[in-house]
Design a protein. Structure first.
Length: 129
C-alpha cells in the first residue's frame, strides 16, 4: 500500500533530505489549498495553518510506501512532538506522471509543525532549494 505525501522543504528534489525518498514515486509539483503557510526554522521550514492565507504552499507530491513513511515519521520528529502527520487539501487535483491512467489526488499526507513560531521568519508559499 502507498500513501500520497506532500513535501514542501528539505525532502523536495534537490533538498538536503531528498535521499530519504529514494525509490519512491514522484507524482509532480503540487500546491496546497489556501489556508497554509511556511516559516523558517533555520535549516528547514515548518508548515502551519494560516486561515487568512489565500495562496497555499508550493511543493511536490510523492507516492510513498509504508516503510518510507515510517522512516520519515522518525526523521520529522513525530514522537518528540516536533511535527504531526495529517491530511492536507491540494489546490488542484494532481494526476501524477501517468495522468491518463492515474486517479486524481486531491488530498495528501504532510507534516505540520507543532512548536512555537515566536521570532521565526515568515516565508509564505515556498521553501527555496
Amino acid at each position: 500500500m502507498t500513501t500520497p505525501l506532500f513535501v514542501y522543504g528539505t525532502l523536495k528534489r534537490g533538498g538536503s533530505n531528498h535521499h530519504h525518498l529514494s525509490g519512491q514515486n514522484f507524482l509532480g509539483p503540487a500546491r496546497t489549498a489556501p489556508g497554509f503557510t511556511l516559516f523558517s526554522l533555520g535549516a528547514y521550514p515548518g508548515l502551519v495553518a494560516a486561515p487568512t492565507d489565500t495562496r497555499g504552499v508550493t511543493g511536490e507530491l510523492w507516492c510513498v510506501d509504508a516503510a518510507c513513511l515510517a522512516r520519515l515519521d522518525v526523521l520529522e520528529g513525530l514522537a518528540e512532538g516536533l511535527y504531526r502527520r495529517a491530511p492536507i487539501a491540494l489546490s488542484q487535483a494532481c494526476a501524477g506522471t501517468h495522468a491518463a491512467t492515474s486517479p486524481a489526488i486531491s488530498t495528501a499526507e504532510t507534516y505540520f509543525f507543532l512548536r512555537d513560531l515566536s521570532g521565526r521568519a515568515h516565508l509564505g508559499t515556498t521553501w527555496p532549494i
